[in-house]
Structure formats: structure tokens, C-alpha cells
Design a protein around this ligand. Structure first.
Ligand code: HXC
Length: 508
């Protein structure tokens, strides 16, 4: 009996060694943790339960039958993050470069099926040379099995991808279909075709980092939602994000203990809006002042800075925030910001996370590049996302809410539940000068100036909208946290459903 127990322990030890000391040292030398070290940091101490530790590949080509390491290049299982269950897979670059074989894919599929059945997030740590070259089409089939499960799980359980090494070829499409992608700076990259193929086909010379590194994907392409300095930071931030999310669409997001008075008065907000309407201010200041303990988890911080997206808590409950940022492009909506915010709104709605919208938007960004780039279709994404969302929606207009952008930003007409405005709000079809220049075309400059003043006095305020009931209440800036907290509290048992359909046809 003792021998058998010892044999199990020996086999486990061999499996835990992965590709052996030399390759582990090489992994560490690149500043990367191993697959198991990553799992240990991500999960609560001692909570990891492993599946399929002894699974080995079945390939018999290229002499592969002589090299069948236990685990086949991926560590899978489940554990907890602050006591809440999550499923994980972590590719082991020390075993065949973390490449994906038929059996490697089956291990990932097994935990994805369990996550879907049991209602818990899937967190994938990707570090892989792509398809296992020796296995050919069996590996491609494995990828597609994973893709199909990503699609089925979308909107049912949160899926988070950490890119912690190479991720190339079709392999990028599994992360692409998950909810959030986090990358590690300088040690991870994602691309469909690598620098060599790019050089052959387009004659462009580009490094892997330039083509698909963390900076590229968080600043230029918006493929990734966050870039972190190293593995440890990426894992710690993932834990922080999970605390904001429900385990599945069958549950609500967790309520966390809070020590911040929901009725906290913030006198400084009364002077947040500058006297000059063309002067910017930092909308993040408002977000931080509304949040419990000033805790804000920003999504896509480095992309389309004219809109801010991320999670806060109010009275311990998760809230998704979407806010125009007057510091960037005067807070205009454009292609990039519409896409960014639309995807975020849809995530919140899929997982029953209430949405707080903070509005200071002078309109859509004009220009040929916007029109040629399809701002009509992209802007419609955000409009569509807000309009279909059935979660509690609370909106606060701090300053400008002009034109179509007023409608888009969770207005009353898109089933906003509470639409508040500060006394500094200006809600109108367009800015006063532009409006008078159209209405009084051909008049003298003095007359236009006079009419502009008249228009401002009449429309550059929240009261015309309030008279019509489009704004529910004009509130004091200093009491915004209390008003918003009470609004969300009153909406906790909100029930709203859309008409039955197979699915909608959002303008993609
Ligand atoms: C089998 C692989 C492998 C692969 C790496 N290895 N990639 N084994 N299949 N795809 C093995 C190497 O043989 C080596 O084994 C070990 O992993 C580490 O690889 P190195 O090359 O030494 O590491 P490094 O210098 O860091 O380079 C990493 C790399 C490079 C950039 C990922 O290995 C690479 O270019 N690999 C091939 C990538 C690729 O073309 N994959 C197929 C893409 S097509 P030893 O025994 O020496 O440690 C694809 C289609 C997916 O993925 C489609 C889905 C729809």
C-alpha cells in the first residue's frame, strides 16, 4: 500500500516539474512565472484543485510517442478568488512551448464545460507557441472546440484572458471572444500573422512587440483591456476585477463590506465645473468621489480617452460607469469611444451590473475620417447597447448634452431609470453659436452675438428638459453620491424584459 501511495506522489512530482529545470529556468530568465506559479498567485492559498494532471498526448508522428509528459502542456482545474469559485487553465510554456494538442484542448474544454454547468468564471492564462505542429489538423480541431465553448459561455459566465507569453495565429481568437484581455508588458504578444509573414507579404519590417505587444493592443488596436508591468501585477489586478463580477448570469454581483457613507456630501463637486464652458475638467475626479472608498477599476484606460469605462461600488454593490471625459477631444463621441463604451455597456447588461452614466458631451466628432470610418454604424452600437439594456440605469448630466449624443448617453428616452442633471447642465440640440448662425443666417455679427446670448439664456440649462420630464430632477452636485446611491437602491428589484427574439442584430 505504501508503495502505491509513494508512486502517486512520485508521479505528481514529475508532472509538477513540467518541462524540467532547464526550461523552467529559461522561463524565469524571461521574467515570466511558470504555469503553476501563476495559478498559485491568482487563487486563494491552497484552494487549487487540479484536473487531468496525468493526461498525455496521443500523437505518434515525429517520434512523439517517446515523449509524453504528464499534463500535456496545460494545468487545469478550479479554485477560489476571495472565497468565490473560478475555473482556470494555465498553459505551460516549458512543455512543447505550451502548444495546443488535441488532448491539451480537451483539458481546457473540460473545465469550460464545468464552468458553464456550475456557473463560475473561466480564467485562461495563455502562454503558447500555438497549434502543436506535430499534430496538424487535430490541433486545429482542438482550437475550434475551445472557440465554440467561448461562444456558448459568452454572456453566461465571465471569461477573462491573461496573455502572458506568445499568442499567435488563430490562437488569438479564443481570447478575442472572452470578456476581458489583460497583457503583460514586454513578455506577451498577440497577432494573427507574425513579423516574418508580415515582411513577406507587405514588406513591412516590424518587431513582435510593435506588431502585437501590450502597448500596441491597449493603445492602438483596443484588442486588450489592460497592460501590466509583470505577471504578478496582472494576476493581482485580475483578482481585483473578479471581485466586481457575478459568477454567472444566474447570480448578482457580490456585495462587499463598505465603510464609506452612501450619503457622503462632497462640497468640492459644487465647483468642479469651470465657469468657462469651453474649459475642461477631469471627469475621473467625479467618478472617484462617487465610488465607495474611491475604488475604481478602469477598463481600457489607454484607449479612446474621451470616454471612461470601468467598475466602482456604491453601497458595496458593483456599478459599471460610463463617462465622457472633457479632457480628451472635449468629451466628443467618436468611432473609438462608441465601440469601447458599447462593448462595456453590453457586458454590464449581460451580467446584471447596473450602469451609471456621467454625461458631458458636446456631440459627435465631425470630419471625413469619422464619416469614412463609419461613425454612423459605430455610434449606433452605443445607442443600441444602451437602448437594449434592461439593467438599472442612472444618468447624471454634469454639463453638455448636445444633439444625438444627448440621446445616446443613456437618456430618458432610452429607458433611463433616473436621469439627473446638475444646475450647470446645458441640454440642447446644439451649441448656442452654431444654432443661431443657422437660424439667423446672413445677419450681422452683432446681431448673431445678441441672439447667441438669447439662445444660451433660453437653452443652456437643464430646465427646459426638466419641464418636459426628460430630466427627473435637477440635483446639487455635492449630493450626487447620495442621490445616485438611493436611485440604485430603489432599483434593486427592477424587472424589465425585451420582446422575445432569437437575437438582436446590433450594427456590428
Ligand atoms: C510544438 C513547439 C511549438 C509548436 C514551440 N514549440 N512552438 N512545439 N508546436 N507550435 C517548442 C519548441 O520546439 C521548443 O521545444 C519549445 O517549444 C520552446 O520553443 P523555442 O522556440 O525554443 O522558444 P522561443 O525562442 O521562446 O520562441 C517561442 C516561439 C517559437 C516564438 C513561440 O517557438 C515559435 O515561433 N514557435 C512556432 C509558432 C508557430 O508557428 N505555431 C503554429 C502557429 S499556427 P524544446 O524541446 O526545444 O524546448 C497556429 C494555428 C492555430 O497556431 C489556428 C487555430 C485556429
Amino acid at each position: 500500500m505504501k508503495d502505491i501511495l509513494q508512486e502517486l506522489e512520485d508521479r505528481r512530482n514529475v508532472a509538477r516539474m513540467g518541462g524540467g529545470e532547464r526550461r523552467v529556468a529559461a522561463q524565469h530568465a524571461k521574467g515570466k512565472l511558470t504555469a503553476r506559479e501563476r495559478i498559485e498567485l491568482l487563487l486563494d492559498e491552497g484552494s487549487f484543485e487540479e484536473f487531468d494532471m496525468f493526461v498525455a498526448h496521443r500523437c505518434t508522428d515525429f517520434g512523439m510517442e517517446k515523449d509524453r509528459p504528464a499534463g500535456d502542456g496545460v494545468v487545469t482545474g478550479w479554485g477560489t478568488v476571495n472565497g468565490r469559485m473560478v475555473y482556470v487553465f494555465s498553459q505551460d510554456f516549458t512543455v512543447f512551448g505550451g502548444s495546443l494538442s488535441e488532448t491539451h484542448a480537451q483539458k481546457i474544454c473540460k473545465i469550460m464545460d464545468m464552468a458553464l454547468q456550475n456557473g463560475a468564471p473561466v480564467i485562461g492564462m495563455n502562454d503558447s507557441g500555438g497549434a502543436r505542429i506535430q499534430e496538424g489538423v487535430a490541433s486545429l480541431a482542438g482550437y475550434a472546440e475551445v472557440f465554440q465553448r467561448n461562444i456558448m459561455a459568452s454572456g453566461v459566465v465571465p471569461q477573462i484572458s491573461l496573455i502572458m507569453g506568445p499568442c499567435a495565429g488563430g490562437a488569438v481568437y479564443s481570447p478575442a471572444m472572452t470578456d476581458f484581455i489583460f497583457m503583460v508588458k514586454d513578455s506577451s504578444y498577440m497577432f494573427v500573422t507574425g513579423p516574418d509573414v508580415v515582411k513577406t507579404v507587405t514588406n513591412e519590417v516590424v518587431t513582435a512587440e510593435e506588431l502585437g505587444g501590450a502597448v500596441t493592443h491597449t493603445k492602438k488596436s483596443s484588442v486588450a483591456d489592460g497592460a501590466y508591468e509583470n505577471d504578478v501585477e496582472a494576476l493581482a489586478e485580475t483578482r481585483r476585477l473578479i471581485d466586481f463580477l457575478p459568477l454567472s448570469n444566474r447570480e448578482k454581483a457580490p456585495t462587499r463590506p463598505f465603510f464609506d457613507d452612501p450619503a457622503r456630501i462632497e462640497e468640492s463637486l459644487d465647483t468642479l465645473i469651470p465657469d468657462n464652458p469651453n474649459q475642461p475638467y477631469d471627469m475621473k475626479e467625479l467618478i472617484l468621489k462617487l465610488a465607495d472608498e474611491g475604488d475604481f477599476f478602469e477598463i481600457q484606460r489607454d484607449y479612446a480617452g474621451n470616454i471612461i469605462t470601468g467598475f466602482i461600488r456604491i453601497e458595496g454593490q458593483s456599478v459599471g460607469v460610463v463617462a465622457n471625459q472633457p479632457m480628451v477631444l472635449a468629451g466628443c463621441l467618436d468611432i473609438d469611444s462608441s465601440r469601447k463604451a458599447a462593448r462595456f455597456v453590453r457586458f454590464c447588461d449581460a451580467f446584471e451590473i447596473p450602469i451609471l452614466t456621467l454625461v458631458d458631451v458636446p456631440g459627435f466628432l465631425p470630419g471625413t475620417s469619422q464619416e469614412y470610418g463609419g461613425v454612423i454604424k459605430h455610434g449606433a452600437k452605443l445607442l443600441f447597447a444602451y437602448g437594449e439594456a434592461t439593467v438599472p440605469k442612472v444618468t447624471v448630466i454634469t454639463r453638455k448634452a448636445y444633439g444625438g449624443a444627448y440621446d445616446v448617453m443613456a437618456s430618458k428616452h432610452l429607458r433611463g431609470d433616473f436621469n439627473y442633471a446638475w444646475p450647470t447642465a446645458e441640454i440642447a440640440v446644439m451649441g448656442a453659436k452654431g444654432a443661431t448662425e443657422i437660424i439667423y443666417r446672413g445677419r450681422t455679427a452683432e446681431e448673431i452675438a445678441e441672439r447667441t446670448k438669447e439662445y444660451e439664456d433660453r437653452f443652456a440649462n437643464p430646465f427646459v428638459a426638466a419641464e418636459k420630464g426628460f430630466v427627473d430632477e435637477v440635483i446639487m452636485p455635492h449630493s450626487t453620491r447620495r442621490r445616485v446611491a438611493r436611485a440604485f437602491a430603489s432599483l434593486r428589484s427592477k424587472k424589465l424584459t425585451n420582446p422575445w427574439k432569437k437575437h438582436d442584430n446590433i450594427p456590428l
